[in-house]
Design a protein around this ligand. Structure first.
Ligand code: ZN
Length: 99
């Protein structure tokens, strides 16, 4: 009896996580789609996490960064900081982060 109950519960848990995963993946896909469309249109889809201003894409040393048009905050995508610090000659960011 207990086994049957356990199995049923396990099944429900699996179903729950499966559904959650699916939702997360679909949300991620949706986000990526929005970002791609925005990129194609030459605008950033991102909102500033700090003040809700618009993030404008600009280039620093060949790396595109997002700058807020309201508070001036600068946001980097994953890997972009690395790209900036890796730059030869120890540029501004390189010095800043001990590159
Ligand atoms: Zn901002």
């Amino acid at each position: 009896m207990a086994d049957a109950f356990d199995e049923r519960r396990r099944g429900l848990e699996e179903e729950y996580f499966h559904r959650k995963n699916k939702e997360a993946i679909e949300k991620l896909r949706e986000k990526m789609k929005v970002a791609e469309e925005a990129k194609a249109a030459g605008t950033s889809s991102m909102r500033c996490p700090r003040c809700d201003g618009n993030l404008q894409e600009s280039k620093v040393e060949e790396v595109s960064i997002d700058t807020c048009d309201k508070c001036g905050g600068v946001w980097l995508d994953s890997g972009e900081l690395e790209q900036l610090t890796k730059h030869e000659g120890g540029g501004f960011f390189g010095k800043l982060f001990g590159g």
